[in-house]
Design a protein. Sequence first.
Length: 541
Amino acid sequence: MKVKKLLFTTLLASGMLLAACGGGDGGKTPTEPTKPSEPTEPSGSTGPAPITETYDATIWVSEVDGMDTLTAQQVADFTYQTGIKFNLTVEKQSESNAATKMISDVSNGADIFCFAQDQLMRLVQAGALSKVGAKTAQTLIAENDTDSITAVTVGESLYGYPMTSDNGYFMYYDKSVISEDIVGDFEKVLKACEDNDKFFSFEADTSGWYLASWFFGAGCVSNWATDDNGDFTGVTDTFNSEKGLIAARGLANFMASKAYNSSSDGGDFSKGSAALVSGTWAYNAVKEALGNNMGVAELPSFHVDGEAYHLGSFKGCKLMGVKPQTDPKKASALQKLAVYLTSEKGQLERFNAVAWGPSNKAAQQNEAVLANPALTAVRNQSPYATTQGQIHGSWWGLSTQLATSIKDAAGDVEKMAAALKTYEDAIQALFSLDTSAWIFVGAHNGWDNADMTQKAEEVDEGIYEITVEIAADLDYKGGRFVHPGEWGNDMGGTIVDAESEALIDVEASHGGDHNIVFLAGGVYKLTLNVNVPSIHIELVD
C-alpha cells in the first residue's frame, strides 16, 4: 500500500510557531480537522530555546484526514519549546497495519508510530518497541487512566505511550425505526429491525473482538498472562462453561435472524441497517446517513431462558511507540517527543480535530469531551467492558472459528457445547508448542508465529522443507523462518543461496529484519539447512 508522505522540517530560524489545531465547534461532535493556522508567536515568549541537535525522524500516523498536518504542527510546537529539531517525515499508515509493516522490517520502519493495542505483544517480541524509561513511566501512569496503562504494560514494564481510551463499541440506531424505550432490550431491537425489513449490523461471526461481547455478557473471562519478555505464560479462559453455552445460545439466536448482518461499518445505515454495533470511528458516517434520526446507546441486554445478560465489550486504546535507536541522544529526543505528542495538550488537539477520546485523565474532564455523544456511550458501556490486555495472536483466529462453529450448529446445543470444547483444547495447545520446530511466518499467514500449519518438515538432520503459497495480491510478500512463539530473524533473506536470489527482492531481503521478500505470488518450496546455514527456494507453481 502506498502511503502519503508529508515532509516537514522544523526550522525555527524566524522564531515562529505553527499553532496547534483546534476544533471548529469546540469538539462537541466529530469535525473535519481545521486548516493549519498562520504562524504566531506564543504569548509571553522570549524566543525559542537554543537548538542543539537535529535528528532525522519518520512518524507514522493515522490515515484520518488531517492527522499528518496536525502531527507536523505538534512537532513544531515541541521543537519551539525544547530546541530539539527534526528533519521530519510524516507518513499515513493505519494503526491496524502499522505493526505488520514494522515487524516486516524494523530497521526501515518509523521512528515513532501509532498502533492498536492488540499489536503490542508482537511488536515487543519482534524488538520493534523501546522500553519506556522509569521516570517517564511514572509520568504516564500518573496522567493516564488505568485501562490505557494496562494496554502498554508487558510484565512490569511499559512499552508504549497511551493516545486514546475510546477503542470500544456500543450501539448506534435509527430513531425512526427503533424507539428509545426499547434500546436496552436486544430482542426488541432485533424484532423492530425484522418487522421493518431492516438489518441489525453486528460483526459477531467474523471478528473475535465483537464475538467476545456475548461471552463477557454471560460472565465469561479470557485473561492472558505474560512475562517481562512478552512471552505468554498462561491463560484463564472460561468460554467452555455453562456461562459460555448461554452466550453461544444467545448468539446463535441472533445469527439465525433474517436481520443479522455481520458488519461494523458506519455506512451500513445507507444500506438498510437500523442498528449497528461499532465505535467512535463510525460516528461521522452514521451521522451523515441518519442526521437527526441518529441514536447512540450502550449495548443492550440479551435474554436466554428468561434471564437478562447485558452485552459486554472489549475496551482498548490507540498507542504510540518508539523504535529502538542506536544513538542514545536520538532515543532520548524521540521519547521526549512521544511524551509531548500524547500529553493532555496533544490528546485534546486530536479530540478537537477528529474526536478521538483521550486517555489522559485531565483531558477526559474537558467540557467538550464530556459532551460528546459517542464518548458518552463509551463511558456508559465501560462498567460492562473488559480492558483488552495482551492477547495471544492465535486467539483471534480461534475465536472466529468458534463463532463459525456456533453458527453452523444451527441451534443444536450439543454441537455448540462440542464447539466450545474444541475451542478450549486449541487454546491450551498454544502452551505446548514445539519450540524446537521451524515454521515459516509472514504476511501470508498474518505473521502468526504460533501457526503450526506453517511447520517445516525435517527431511534430514538439520534440514527442513516447507511449501508455501504466496498470494499475488498480498501487499507485502515477505516472511522468515522462526521457532514457534519467537521472532528470531537470523534465518531469513541474508542466507538465501545465490541460485534462489532470482525469486526474491534481494535488496529488501538483506536489509532490516532480513525477511525473504518474494518478487511475485506463487507456490514455493523452501529448504532451510541450519547446519550451514542456508535457504534454498524453488518456484513450484
